[in-house]
Design a protein. Structure first.
Length: 262
């Protein structure tokens, strides 16, 4: 099996590559020098040359190159083109979207039937990218992700907490915010499973009902981080995504310090 990954140097992409390699899967990073996302025919030739079994589209415009409307063109146009080409060539296709398709004003928790309300920016672009992928590729898999948890140094929840401590000497953590989140290891296992067996929209989230304050306290204990965690009620939001089909392990599997849910 050969897997092609856009955005393989990102947080999720790096973890996915490591996991797939441990499973004996041949991973190839999409090379934008060989196939620009702006060159449809070039992408077709590139895919025909690589001949992947699966294509994971994880890339974003996190490192802008100055192209006009780059966020839209990477997240929507490139997603549509890759989904179409994958369908025509018989390649399994998975696009990672985000819980950010819902704004802070949306009423959670969210299911696959919840209507996204983002009207601009990153969340809106992801939502349109989802729709475009499914429009041109009825076999496409859309995986909405929440905040990732992993080792420090790859732009996840742990890094956020470390930065807060460095800047403010404390982490102010809401007791009324239930974030969509999961450990990177569990996320990438789910993505591989969905890419093989899935079709349509899935929600990838491990938070069964813990607050941000509880999660940060448990992380503090698990990492021996000596963070100063202060509870607050300044942000009230149930951001959880519920999708039993994905079979995500709950957070307390990796964070035994979490209090049991009633």
């Amino acid at each position: 099996m050969k897997v092609l990954i856009t955005g393989m140097r990102g947080t999720v992409g790096t973890a996915l590559q490591h996991y797939l390699a441990s499973q004996g899967v041949d991973c190839v990073a999409w090379d934008r020098q060989q196939a620009s996302w702006q060159d449809f025919e070039g992408m077709l030739a590139y895919l025909q040359r690589i001949q992947p079994t699966m294509l994971f589209h994880l890339a974003s415009d996190s490192q802008p190159t100055g192209v006009a409307n780059e966020g839209w063109r990477v997240t929507v146009d490139w997603t549509r083109d890759l989904a179409y080409l994958a369908y025509e060539l018989g390649i399994r296709f998975l696009f990672t979207s985000s819980v950010m398709v819902f704004t802070d004003q949306a009423k959670g928790y969210f299911t696959v039937n919840s209507q996204p309300d983002a009207a601009e920016g990153y969340g809106y672009e992801k939502w349109v990218g989802e729709q475009e992928a499914l429009r041109v590729n009825p076999e496409a898999v859309i995986a909405r992700l929440g905040w990732q948890i992993g080792q420090a140094g790859n732009n996840n929840m742990v890094d956020f907490c470390n930065r807060q401590m460095e800047r403010e000497g404390r982490i102010l953590a809401s007791q009324r915010w239930y974030p969509a989140c999961s450990f990177l290891e569990d996320t990438v296992e789910a993505l591989f499973r969905l890419a093989q067996q899935g079709r349509g929209l899935y929600l990838v989230d491990s938070n069964a009902g813990w607050t941000f304050y509880q999660i940060v306290e448990a992380l503090n204990q698990a990492l021996g981080a000596d963070w100063v965690v202060q509870p607050s009620n300044d942000f009230i939001y149930d951001q959880r995504m519920v999708d039993p089909r994905v079979r995500m392990p709950w957070l307390d599997v990796r964070l035994p310090g979490l209090s049991p849910l009633r």
